[in-house]
Design a protein around this ligand. Structure first.
Ligand code: ADP
Ligand code: MG
Length: 342
């Protein structure tokens, strides 16, 4: 469409918005007005403040239309934002979806199937975590590529959100769940180069990662954590962020890393690589004072201690890793590369 000539919305766009409105339950205690007007109206609880995060999901960069199930694309799109909320101990308030679709995608039954699958993928995760879709925007994509941007709003008790900057020397370092599974599953997908049929949400760490909202909220409520971040780019990269923000250094114990079963099947060096640098596990990485009694699991998710924070002199690396043979070496951030960078 010519940018200079603003015309009425194409019928396809209106039908799509109607499809979205019908797919998502238009209720939620904090949604005074959802999809259908010029703005949504939200009523957050008065004693809480609002946290906001936004994430792009771009075809061929974050997902492949020919390899990923459409529901997995939708799921992962929302999971990334939910994981950011989880990392700060926040509770979802509302989600907004901006969608650019290739012209004609809505016109073919194959395209329609893709859109339905994508919306269902968002929906089931949104329902599970009470993150109502309260609006968005829809446009034709300038290229033959699907582009989706999700904005998530959450709330947390005023002044109490978990941050990256609260860790101290002496704090213990923990992770939730297990590491390396998403990387192992993605590597297998790219190696097979065949569309995946993964539709079950269980045990698919790459296709259907589970954001740790209940853990984050519990850490905040019970004041268990001094700092937290979610593992989106890989443990080495995200732990470096936490160390920089808190001005401390980390020493982690390779033997203590909880490997996902899909990673544990790999050769030892590959498994370690997946756990340290793999990315997209969407587990939480957090610290707690050495005197805090940490439960072995929170909300059914195992909690594993992987190391300790120390004072950091200017010349020291952010992370050292203790190998099983007792040797220590620097761990450089080597996290997630997008699909196209491979
Ligand atoms: P406007 O032109 O006034 O911005 P739109 O026609 O774009 O309004 O949107 C109409 C309604 O549909 C709004 O409530 C908007 O939030 C919602 N909406 C549009 N696209 C999406 C989408 N991709 N996901 C969810 N809601 C959407
Ligand atoms: Mg308007």
């Amino acid at each position: 469409m010519n940018m200079a000539t603003k015309t009425a919305k194409p019928a396809g766009e209106l039908t799509l918005i109607e499809q979205i409105r019908k797919t998502f339950p238009q209720s939620g205690s904090s949604i005074a007005l959802g999809i259908g007007d010029d703005c949504a109206i939200l009523r957050p609880p008065s004693d809480r403040e609002i946290l906001v995060t936004t994430d792009f999901s771009l075809e061929n960069r974050h997902f492949r239309r020919d390899l990923h199930p459409a529901s997995s694309v939708g799921h992962r799109c929302l999971a990334r934002g939910l994981s950011d909320l989880a990392a700060m101990g926040a509770t979802p308030l509302a989600a907004f979806l901006s969608l650019a679709l290739p012209n004609g995608l809505t016109q073919t039954s194959r395209g329609q199937r893709w859109i339905s699958g994508f919306l269902q993928g968002i929906r089931s995760l949104a329902v599970r975590h009470k993150a109502p879709l309260a609006g968005g925007d829809t446009a034709g994509s300038p290229a033959d590529l699907i582009l989706a941007d999700i904005v998530l709003l959450g709330t947390a008790p005023t002044g109490q959100s978990l941050r990256r900057s609260g860790a101290h020397a002496g704090d213990a370092i923990y992770v939730t769940g297990s590491l390396g599974g998403a990387h192992a599953e993605l590597t297998a997908l790219l190696a097979s180069n065949r569309p995946s049929k993964a539709t079950s949400q269980r045990d698919h760490p790459h296709f259907y990662p589970q954001p740790r909202l209940a853990v984050g909220a519990t850490l905040l409520r019970r004041k268990l954590a001094s700092a937290a971040i979610d593992i989106s780019d890989g443990l080495s990269t995200d732990l470096t962020h936490l160390c920089e923000a808190s001005r401390v250094r980390a020493e982690i114990n390779a033997a203590a890393l909880p490997l996902h079963p899909l990673a544990a099947r790999l050769a030892p060096a590959e498994a370690l690589h997946a756990a340290l640098h793999g990315g997209e596990d969407y587990e939480l990485l957090f610290t707690a004072s050495a005197t805090t009694r940490m439960p072995r699991s929170i909300a059914g998710v195992p909690i594993t201690r992987i190391g300790t924070m120390h004072r950091r002199a200017r010349t020291q690396p952010a992370i050292t890793i203790l190998a099983s043979d007792g040797t220590r070496s620097e761990l450089k951030p080597g996290g997630w590369q997008h699909l196209t960078a491979r």
